[in-house]
Design a binder for this molecule. Structure first.
Ligand SMILES: [Zn+2]
Length: 253
């Protein structure tokens, strides 16, 4: 069994919270957990985080993790035209390449997992090798064309399991994740910090209702509970002989 831990490195909750506490604090906790088990993950970074906190992104690179693209400012790419999308992804890649010159940038994930239909053409034009935005093989068909070689790594829907109350979350993880041959899990740095504290400081009230109270997964079990859950999951996976890989490692196989 192969498990890819992937992290979307963006503002705390794009469009609602313009803060970077997740990246400043949560990211370091996540990197420490990965260090503890000597495993490598994949980090999809928005251009604005790379420009705002370049040292944090360089730290990801120095620790040997894979860095990939996630838009400039977490744009809804499926609402933009081909040229606009291509410019955003091109800029995103150039910003990362400038900050992390030792990394080969070949992966992309669309913000909010909302890729435009022409995504693979753009990725192919810009020298990418894989995408990780499309949840199901059925949906993938409408994205593929004959003239591109972009590989898709479907992100799973299992991530909320890590923020369910225990032991319910743990038993569901065992039931679902450990049955798969390859699992791609998606996390955010905000999950590694206590979101309840942060949310009390939000000034955009309608944003809170839409993006927090109707999204209880953003409140529950963030911070230390999430970090402990992630560590326990890795421990159990290793004891079941699972192998942790970056997405780049999956493509070369
Ligand atoms: Zn995102």
């Amino acid at each position: 069994m192969k498990i890819a831990l992937t992290f979307d490195i963006e503002r705390d909750i794009p469009t609602v919270l313009d803060t970077y506490f997740g990246v400043k604090v949560g990211l370091l906790k996540i990197l420490q957990i990965l260090d503890n088990f000597n495993i490598r993950g994949t980090f999809f970074c928005t251009g604005n985080v790379v420009e705002h906190l370049p040292e944090h992104i360089k730290l990801i690179e120095r620790k040997g993790h894979e860095i990939a693209c996630h838009g400039l400012n977490h744009e809804r790419l499926n609402q933009l035209n081909f040229k606009e999308c291509q410019e955003i992804i091109d800029q995103n890649k150039k910003i990362i390449e400038k900050t992390c010159p030792n990394s080969e940038i070949i992966g992309f994930r669309a913000p909010k997992l909302r890729p435009p239909k022409f995504l693979f053409k753009i990725l192919s034009n810009l020298g990418f090798k894989y995408d990780s935005s499309i949840r199901s093989p059925e949906k993938l068909k409408s994205y593929q064309t004959k003239d591109n070689q972009i590989q898709e790594f479907h992100p799973s829907n299992f991530n909320i399991l890590f923020r369910l109350p225990q032991p319910m979350g743990d038993s569901l993880i065992r039931k679902w994740i450990f049955k798969k041959e390859v699992v791609i899990l998606l996390f955010h740095p905000f999950e590694a910090i206590d979101m309840k504290n942060l949310i009390f400081n939000i000034k955009n009230v309608s944003g809170i209702f839409k993006n927090v109270f109707f999204r209880p997964d953003r409140l529950g079990h963030t911070g230390n509970k999430f970090n402990t859950g992630l560590s326990n999951f890795i421990k159990e996976s290793i004891s079941r002989k699972a192998e942790f890989v970056s997405l780049k490692q999956l493509i070369s196989e």
